[in-house]
Design a protein around this ligand. Structure first.
Ligand code: ADP
Ligand code: GN1
Ligand code: MG
Length: 373
């Protein structure tokens, strides 16, 4: 995050290199993502104030920002064309719109070596961290199915893997065991219960990656980060408008996306909440989410994908628990944190959610199976 006034004047200088028509007013931090730094700027366009969204890309995580932007350019152009061809009104708010720099490139590099990009600011919309109604969850579910459906015919070339092995549980376990052995911050002794949980669940955790490798489920273009605060909701009617945060759109399985939405929208508390309710897993939201998702995805999903749909939420929750724990053991280098035990709290929250899923497993799996029939 930017820390000083010097940083802010750098930001002001950088954003004025984008092809925005108007008089720059100000720029402020925006949103609560864990990886990039997001900002909102205001401009006076001959009497109308317009906002833009800027992001300083975390190039330690996304080591090829140009490939990230190439994926995003293709994906947003494809969705936009489809929306327009279908005669959809309001298409401009239904996907991200990249604003290039004045020289035509999609990224601007600042003097510290960071890459920046700019999007149209999607007005009259919001994101949320905890689901508030069944209707909201239904729309969130359908927006993820719709996103996958829109991209099913993107065509060649294959999208770049912006983070290779992003949801590869086996690779995530290798990194985790490395962090346990190195124990650079001496945190292994206080995380015995969490480490034991990871060991007990390792075999089950490999289920999606094995299914993908064995060809029991197909590779598809997916978003890979469909936590609910990456889905914009229209203020006017509370319907999901579009999926944002497209850095990780790349080949994967449909189950990564439905799984991440289950993890966040069927969790009755925020991802880092310490006081965990009982039950933490909201089985009714889980069901309605699947109903929404299947309203768009039913026709293209294979029987292999449908058979693993209930497992997908547990699996993605598991991989997040493992990643938060690994980052905690490694000294909190990866995710933004705002308190010393932040990653540990996130990990415990995910484990709590898995335990809560497990305690309602038969019922949840039964409801999923019925919906998929
Ligand atoms: P991060 O990668 O850090 O998670 P996101 O792309 O998710 O960043 O953006 C952070 C937040 O900013 C989102 O949760 C959303 O609320 C908001 N946001 C993202 N893109 C836009 C946009 N184009 N217009 C308006 N708000 C946006
Ligand atoms: C990160 O960027 P953001 O905050 O939307 C992370 C996701 C995790 C998520 C957990 C590139 O997403 O994989 O699910 O935090 N993104 C990356 O909240 O690692
Ligand atoms: Mg985000």
């Amino acid at each position: 995050m930017l820390k000083s006034m010097t940083d802010f004047s750098t930001a002001a200088g950088v954003v004025q290199q984008f092809a925005i028509y108007g008089e720059f007013r100000d720029i402020t931090p925006y949103g609560g993502g864990h990886i990039n730094d997001t900002f909102m700027s205001r401009w006076d366009q001959a009497g109308t104030v317009l906002r833009y969204l800027h992001q300083r890309i975390n190039h330690h995580v996304f080591v090829h920002p140009d490939r990230v932007m190439e994926n995003i350019r293709r994906v947003t152009a494809h969705i936009r064309e489809k929306l327009r061809a279908a005669g959809e009104t309001g298409w401009i708010r239904r996907t991200l719109t990249v604003i290039p720099a004045r020289d035509g490139s999609l990224l601007v590099r600042d003097t510290d070596g960071f890459y920046w990009r700019t999007y149209l600011f999607i007005e009259h919309a919001h994101t949320t961290d905890v689901a508030s109604s069944a209707d909201e969850v239904l729309f969130l579910g359908s927006s993820v199915g719709y996103f996958q459906k829109q991209l099913a015919d993107l065509g060649q070339p294959r999208l770049y893997d912006t983070i290779p092995d992003f949801h590869n549980m086996e690779k995530r376990y290798e990194k985790f065991y490395g962090a346990v052995s190195a124990d650079v911050r001496g945190r292994v002794k206080e995380t015995g219960a969490e480490i034991a949980f990871m060991k007990e669940n390792e075999q089950r955790g490999g289920i999606l990656v094995r299914a993908l490798r064995d060809g029991r489920i197909p590779e598809r273009i997916c978003h890979n980060d469909t936590k609910m605060n990456n889905i914009m909701i229209d203020d006017a009617d509370c319907r999901a408008l579009c999926v944002v945060d497209l850095d990780t759109v790349m080949p994967g399985t449909s189950l990564f996306d439905v799984g991440d939405l289950i993890r966040t929208a069927a969790n009755r508390v925020e991802e880092d909440e310490r006081n965990l309710p009982d039950p933490q897993f909201d089985i009714d939201f889980f069901e309605v989410l699947l109903k929404g998702y299947l309203s768009e995805a039913r026709d293209f999903l294979t029987s292999g994908e449908k058979a693993l749909i209930a497992e997908s939420g547990r699996n993605i929750t598991h991989i997040m628990a493992l990643r938060f724990l690994t980052d905690y053991l490694e000294g909190d280098h990866y995710y933004h944190t705002s308190r010393p035990d932040h990653n540990l709290d996130r990990c415990r929250n995910q484990i709590g959610l898995i335990r809560s899923m497990d305690s309602q497993w038969e019922e949840a799996a039964g409801r999923a199976e019925k919906l998929c029939r």
